[in-house]
Ligand binder design. Structure first.
Ligand code: UDP
Ligand code: MG
Length: 327
C-alpha cells in the first residue's frame, strides 16, 4: 500500500492495489459464463494479474447456469456465486452482488460481454490518477439493437431528463467502477424499487464517462422484453421524479380555469339564444376527454401509491437459495 504514495512511473506499478470485485448478474447465461470468464481472466493478465474476485449472482435461471457456476467456483477460488430462489430481476441481483463484494474497487458487469472488460484499465486510471469518484461506460452507438428498442430508449431518456432534476446520460450502462465508499453509499439506500443508474446520479461526485461503440451479445439472448423494459422505465421515471404528480395538479387547475370560462360563455349564450341542445357533439367530446384525463391522473397517483405500498412492506430484495463455499 505504501508504494501508492511514491512517484514511481505508472507502468512500474500494478494497475491498482487492493482487491477488485467484479459483480456479474446472470440469468440463463450457461453459454455466456465461460466466454465471460475467459475474457475477464485474460484482461486481468494484461493488467498484471492483480487481486480480484468474481461474484456471479444467479437470478432464477431455468438453464444450467447454476451448474456452470458451481463447476467454475470449484476450479477457481476467486469465483464465488449466490443463487436466488427465483427471478428477482437485474436490480436485485446487482444489489445482492454489492452486498457480497469485499473489494476496495467494485465493478458491475454484464455476463454477455456487452460491457467489455477491455475498458477496465481506463476506468482504473480515471479513479487512481485522474481524480474521479466513479468511471462509467456509455454506449455511443446502438448498432445491432432492434430500432424500436433504440427509439423507445431515446424517448425514455428525453422524458426522464425533462422531468427529473437529475441528468441522466443517454446510453449509460450499469457497467461502472467505483470505490468502496461509493458502494457503501449505494447500499445505504435501502429502497425496494431500485434504479441504480439513478442512484449514482443522486449521490453526485465526479464521474468519468468512457464512451465505446455498442458491442453485440457474445452468446445467449437478451432477457429484456419490450414490456419488461416499459415497466422498468416507468419505475425509473417515478423513482427519480415527482413531476408527474405535480403535472396532474397543474392539469386539474388548468381545466378548472377553462371550465370557468366555458360556464360564463355558455350561460351568456343560453340567456341570449335559449338553445341548450346546441353543441351536443362538442359536449360529448369534452366529456370523453376530461374523463380520460381524470383516469390518467388517477393512474399516476395510483402508481406512486403502489410504490409506497411496496416500500412499506419492507420485504427483502431477494431470497438466496444457494451459495458457493465460504472462502
Ligand atoms: N439479468 C439478470 N436478471 C434478469 C435479467 C437480466 O440477472 O432478470 C442479467 C443478464 O444475465 C445479463 C445482464 O443482466 O448479464 C443484462 O441482461 P441482458 O443482456 O439480457 O440485457 P440487455 O443487454 O439486452 O439490456
Ligand atoms: Mg446484454
Amino acid at each position: 500500500m505504501e508504494e501508492d504514495n511514491t512517484d514511481a512511473a505508472p507502468e512500474a506499478k500494478p494497475f491498482y492495489s487492493g482487491l477488485f470485485s467484479a459483480i456479474v448478474p446472470c440469468r440463463d447465461e450457461e453459454e455466456s459464463i465461460p466466454v465471460f470468464y475467459g475474457e475477464f481472466i485474460s484482461q486481468m493478465a494484461k493488467m498484471g494479474n492483480p487481486q480480484f474476485e468474481i461474484i456471479f449472482v444467479e437470478d432464477g435461471s431455468k438453464d444450467r447456469t447454476l451448474e456452470v457456476l458451481k463447476e467454475l467456483s470449484e476450479s477457481d477460488n476467486r469465483v464465488r456465486f449466490i443463487s436466488f430462489s427465483r427471478n428477482f430481476g437485474k436490480e436485485a441481483a446487482m444489489y445482492a452482488g454489492m452486498k457480497e463484494a469485499r473489494g476496495d474497487y467494485i465493478a458491475v458487469m454484464d455476463c454477455d460481454l456487452q460491457d467489455p472488460p477491455s475498458l477496465l484499465p481506463d476506468m482504473f486510471k480515471a479513479l487512481d490518477s485522474e481524480g474521479y469518484d466513479c468511471a462509467a461506460a456509455r454506449r455511443i452507438t446502438r448498432d445491432g439493437e432492434p430500432p424500436v428498442r433504440s427509439f423507445a430508449v431515446k424517448c425514455f431518456y428525453r422524458i426522464l431528463n425533462s422531468l427529473s432534476p437529475l441528468k441522466f446520460a443517454e446510453g449509460a450502462r450499469d457497467f461502472r467502477l467505483m470505490r468502496r465508499r461509493t458502494l457503501e453509499t449505494i447500499l445505504s439506500m435501502q429502497e425496494y424499487n431500485r434504479f441504480t443508474k439513478g442512484m449514482y446520479e443522486w449521490i453526485g461526485g465526479k464521474t468519468k464517462w468512457i464512451e465505446y461503440p455498442n458491442a453485440g451479445r457474445r452468446a445467449g439472448r437478451t432477457k429484456w422484453s419490450i414490456w419488461g423494459l416499459a415497466i422498468y422505465s416507468l419505475d425509473a421515471l417515478t423513482s427519480f421524479s415527482t413531476v408527474p404528480l405535480a403535472l396532474a395538479a397543474v392539469l386539474g387547475i388548468a381545466f378548472c380555469a377553462l371550465s370557468a370560462v366555458a360556464i360564463v360563455f355558455l350561460s351568456i349564450r343560453q340567456m341570449i339564444f335559449h338553445n341548450s341542445a346546441y353543441g351536443w357533439t362538442s359536449m360529448v367530446c369534452i366529456l370523453f376527454f376530461l374523463s380520460g384525463l381524470q383516469l390518467f391522473c388517477l393512474g399516476v397517483l395510483g402508481h406512486y401509491m403502489s410504490k409506497i405500498y411496496l416500500e412499506s412492506k419492507r420485504r427483502p430484495h431477494y431470497v438466496v437459495s444457494e451459495r458457493s463455499k465460504e472462502r
